[in-house]
Ligand binder design. Structure first.
Ligand SMILES: Cc1cc2nc3c(=O)[nH]c(=O)nc-3n(C[C@H](O)[C@H](O)[C@H](O)COP(=O)(O)O)c2cc1C
Length: 217
């Protein structure tokens, strides 16, 4: 049975007009493994990736491509088969599966696009936040065989599979194998900003080496 997907980004939602809206989305997003098999309407999938479309990319190349399959689609198994065993055990309950691919060279000049992964990541980040706004979750996966994707889906040589993903509604973690149930409740750690935002020399936090910090001493 298909339930209605709630769009919390409508103008009726005061958070939309509020500067905390993005922060709330960032806070809400995480990567569950326990997915409901409730099908996601095609127009919602399009809306999610329409948000990714807005992202910046090197030379505006937009090197990302996505192959997507809902469980009802005949190519679903071609994608599912590419996942590693670990991922298959929890992806099987999700209503769909997809893969993000990158175009290797710039279209307007025959040069390798070193930034294709960066751009595809930005695309997926925006798409993921749009999904979050619709009360949906995206879980991305490196545990798959890019070679199998290329073979099963007849991907042209110019494109390479980067990450697989699922999109769906969260379900009761009890449907997961016991080991995964424990991880499902875990909020993942994050580095502090000072651990990656540097000034000079390398490794010294920007907040203690900047001009502003010096003048405050
Ligand atoms: C590129 C990428 C690859 C990932 N690969 C896997 C994977 O193969 N299997 C899996 O269960 N989770 C995978 N994850 C999920 C990460 O483990 C997860 O995003 C990370 O622990 C942070 O947790 P959070 O997304 O819940 O905040 C991947 C995430 C990304 C972005």
């Amino acid at each position: 049975m298909m339930r209605e997907i709630k769009d919390t980004t409508t103008t009726r939602n005061p958070l939309r007009q509020n500067e905390t809206y993005l922060l709330e989305l960032l806070e809400r997003r995480w990567s569950p493994r326990s997915f409901s098999d409730e099908e996601i309407p095609q127009e919602i999938i399009v809306e999610i990736f329409d948000a990714g479309r807005s992202m910046m990319s090197c030379f505006n190349e937009q090197p990302w491509r996505v192959i997507f399959a809902s469980k009802a689609d005949s190519h679903y198994n071609k994608l599912f088969d590419c996942l590693g065993e670990f991922n298959q055990q929890w992806v099987k309950t999700a209503p769909c599966v997809g893969v993000v691919l990158g175009k290797k060279h710039f279209t307007k000049k025959d040069k390798l696009n070193r930034h294709r992964f960066y751009d595809a990541g930005a695309f997926m980040a925006a798409s993921t936040l749009r999904a979050t706004s619709l009360d949906l979750y995206v879980h991305q996966m490196a545990g798959f065989s890019p070679e199998k994707v290329t073979e099963n889906l007849q991907v042209p040589e110019e494109f390479e599979p980067i990450t697989m993903f699922v999109i769906g509604k969260k379900a009761d973690p009890e449907q997961l194998p016991e080991k995964l149930q424990k991880q499902e409740h875990k909020k993942s750690d994050r580095n502090e900003v000072d651990e990656f935002l540097f000034g000079d020399p390398w490794g010294v936090p920007y907040t203690s080496s900047s001009k502003q910090a010096q003048s405050e001493k």
